[in-house]
Ligand binder design. Structure first.
Ligand SMILES: *Cc1c(COP(=O)(O)O)cnc(C)c1O
Length: 394
């Protein structure tokens, strides 16, 4: 699998992942930089900060290391790490929007994102309009309204796995003076770098593939190069500092540790997911498999252009409807029934009642026969046997 960075002149992806932000410690020579838990940093006399650190909310060397690593991997200049993906999203909305403005967003966005916009931000005067992201005319028409200053895209989307053309929407957003934000959680920077395709802002739930081991909740905002990116970065930095939804040092440390192996994990996630998707697409109990790596996926060609791999998320719609989905969700052994995704272990989710319960009855509701699989990095033969047995019990 080739990667976007591999043609460039700087370090390639995995080298950045392992070395950027990870200088050998100057005092003891520790190859892994120490975890800095201190909440406060003594200046060298009044006003003489050592390396710019004074207080843990404002800055912490372990967090700085993660931020440098994140910026490098997304091909950006600025990165900010937060206590959760939603905290990162909140900093983007509060920092870059004002009451009276409106977010145009994909109508199959992550349920928690929609809940944040609808139940929190709307009350403070920032509203939202969900749209079908493949309807470019509709998006252009919405963005022509002066109040629509942000376009929010998630691709691949959760849990319908639809693919949105980032470069095309960057052009439409740019032509209408709106910012394009891409939630890059599902692809991770290893498979897709939205800034290179023209996005203004990238957000992540680092809880997922970036952390990669289901043991740390976190989020990130990444911005690119140039004056306007510097300006946006200043506003996001101010939110991070003034609101304080920062990642703690231990969280930042664990996230950095996970991020070092992102490339090798993603390669395995991709190959396991492709095998699972292909194996079950013609199964009699399965109505449809949603995976961008299948040639039957409506945006397969676009995914091939935009991504360097198709990711580890597979959704399956069952012929037996809701009862079949509920039964299979509770019948697997290696696929653990739990929310979240992107960890080394395989997870099974019934979005209608789990991750996406908050959007039931809205335009963002998820089909009742749909199971979302986060295909882990176990031996794929075991994963297939597990699903075969669960489907065989219907
Ligand atoms: C999980 C997730 C979020 C929210 O992140 P948290 O870390 O749970 O706050 C946002 N977007 C996507 C696509 C997600 O999967």
């Amino acid at each position: 699998m080739t990667h976007h960075d591999d043609a460039g002149t700087g370090p390639r992806f995995a080298t950045h992942a392992i070395h950027t932000g990870q200088q050998v410690d100057q005092v003891y020579g520790a190859v892994v930089p120490p975890l800095h838990l201190s909440t406060t940093f003594a200046p060298d006399g009044i006003g003489n900060l050592r390396n710019g650190y004074d207080y843990g909310r404002a800055g912490n060397p372990t967090r700085t290391a993660l931020q440098a690593q994140l910026a490098a991997l997304e091909g950006g200049k600025h990165a900010f790490s937060f206590g959760s993906g939603l905290a990162a999203e909140d900093a983007v909305v509060r920092g870059l929007m004002r009451p009276g403005q409106r977010i145009v967003m994909g109508n199959d966005a992550y349920g928690g994102t929609f809940r944040l916009f609808e139940k929190v931000h709307a009350a403070w005067g920032v509203t939202n309009t969900p749209v079908d992201l493949s309807d470019h005319d509709r998006i252009a028409a919405e963005l022509q309204h002066e109040d629509a200053t942000m376009l929010w895209v998630e691709t691949p989307s959760n849990p319908l796995m639809s693919i949105t053309d980032i470069a095309a929407l960057a052009d439409i957003a740019g032509a209408n003076g709106a910012l394009l934000v891409v939630d890059n959680t599902f692809a991770s920077p290893y498979l897709q770098t939205p800034l290179a395709l023209g996005a203004d802002v990238v957000v992540h739930s680092t809880t997922k593939y970036i952390g990669g081991h289901s043991d740390v909740v976190g989020g990130a905002v990444v911005l690119g190069f140039g004056d306007s990116a510097d300006d946006l970065a200043e506003k996001v930095a101010f939110q991070q500092f003034a609101v304080g939804a920062v990642s703690g040092p231990l969280d930042a440390y664990l996230t950095t540790r996970g991020l070092k192996t992102l490339g090798v994990r993603m390669d395995r996630h991709c190959s396991n997911a492709q095998t699972v998707a292909e194996h079950f697409q013609d199964h009699p109990a399965v109505e449809r498999v949603l995976y961008p790596g299948l040639s039957s996926h409506p945006e397969h060609e676009l995914a091939k252009q935009q991504m360097s791999g198709f990711g580890g998320m597979v959704s399956i719609q069952l012929a037996g409807g809701e009862p079949a989905a509920r039964k299979v969700a509770e019948a697997t052994r290696w696929f653990i029934l739990a929310e979240s995704l992107g960890g080394v272990e395989s997870l099974m989710n019934y979005p209608h009642e789990m991750t996406h319960a908050s959007v039931r009855g809205t335009e963002l509701a998820v089909p009742e026969n749909l199971l979302r699989l986060s295909v882990g990095i176990e031996d794929v033969e075991d994963l297939i046997t597990d699903l075969e047995e669960a489907l065989g019990g219907l």
